[in-house]
Design a protein. Structure first.
Length: 358
């Protein structure tokens, strides 16, 4: 698997409750700052209707979905990059994830403590984002000093780090649009936080009047070319609930009919540049996660190293062709089953049988 989504935000914004909902966990989610000390880790299945459609044809013994890993990280406070709150511990945990899910509080509730005693979503976002920038800035400065102390300086890496430094000094994220893939690969080992994709989760109430400055927050996020999903996270007794909401121009709530949880997971999937391929047999129908742009040999390795070492060919048929034709004989007669080599680029929904010899 290897894809981690870190849930971040100020204390008491609904991070742990969202984590519980996504991963079907029961970690504490209480009304005081730093309820979460060490990061909690859980798995959430990536539901895919295509699995069931394939299974209806094949009737396998079992269906195996793919999973995303979620990490519930302790709440961040202003000054974390200088050690305030849980400080560096929090930031170190963020460095280890691939995607950030930033939960923002957009409602008034006197029964739930707010770190700054006032609800101001844009201000809250700016606090978190600035701490992430400052953390990357410190890391960048340290790395530049290390390079300059060496007898032989890697001028290529130094040039990219100086470009990063300029960006961070101007209080900007290290947006991937500013860097080529080659440049990013040279500094990938540093795990800069502000190079990671981010999804904002606006946590609202069902009372429109209590959703403070939501429209301003949505506009602020859109201006930064980021994605925001509006949800209502709430607790009743021992149970937690999640309602996915959309807002029209007049800020009237209406229910989104898509799967609530899976909408968040699928958005994370897309932000990470992931796709799914399938293996199909009587024993099992299984979904596999792989990067967009991956080739046959990388997909083979995903299943087993023996598949990679002894790779001969990949028998491939698209999901749509498989569903339409249903019968193996028809698939062969129609020529829809293709034999592909090592360099074939996997497409989302490909159904693959690997031919290999050890």
């Amino acid at each position: 698997m290897g894809f981690k989504c870190g849930i971040i935000g100020l204390p008491n914004v609904g991070k742990s409750t969202l984590f519980n909902i996504l991963t079907n966990s029961k970690i504490p989610a209480k009304n005081f700052p730093f309820c979460t000390i060490t990061p909690n880790i859980g798995l959430a299945p990536v539901f895919d209707d295509r699995l069931n459609e394939i299974a209806n044809i094949v009737n396998p013994n079992r269906i195996v979905t793919t999973f995303m890993e979620f990490v519930d990280i302790a709440g961040l406070v202003k000054g974390a990059s200088q050690g305030c709150g849980l400080g560096n511990q929090f930031l170190n945990n963020i460095h280890r994830v691939d995607l950030l899910i930033h939960v923002v509080r957009c409602f008034n509730d006197n029964n739930i403590v707010h770190m700054h005693d006032t609800i101001n979503p844009i201000h809250d976002v700016e606090i978190i984002n600035m701490e992430l920038i400052l953390s990357d800035l410190q890391l960048c400065q340290v790395e530049i000093l290390k390079l300059k102390k060496k007898n032989i300086i890697d001028h290529g890496r130094l040039k990219i780090l100086e470009k990063c430094l300029f960006c961070l000094n101007n209080n900007n994220f290290l947006n991937k649009s500013l860097f080529s893939d080659e440049e990013i690969s040279i500094v990938r080992d540093l795990n800069f936080i502000t190079l990671k994709p981010m999804i904002y989760i606006a946590n609202v109430s069902d009372n429109i009047s209590q959703n403070v400055s939501l429209s301003k927050l949505l506009n602020f996020i859109s201006l930064n070319n980021s994605i925001c999903i509006t949800v209502q996270i709430f607790k009743e007794s021992k149970n937690t609930y999640l309602q996915l909401r959309n807002f029209d121009n007049n800020l009237h709530l209406h229910e989104n009919k898509q799967s609530k949880i899976n909408h968040i997971i699928q958005t994370g999937y897309k932000q990470l540049g992931l796709q799914t391929f399938f293996t199909v047999g009587k024993k099992e129908v299984r979904a596999w996660t792989i990067n967009i742009g991956a080739n046959s040999i990388q997909a083979a390795r995903k299943i087993h190293t023996d598949f990679e070492k002894g790779f001969i060919r990949a028998k491939v048929i698209s999901y749509m062709d498989f569903i339409q034709l249903k019968n193996n004989n028809k698939m062969r007669e129609s020529g829809k089953i293709r034999l592909e080599g090592k360099n074939y680029i996997i497409k989302d929904g490909d159904i693959i049988q690997f031919l290999f010899k050890i």
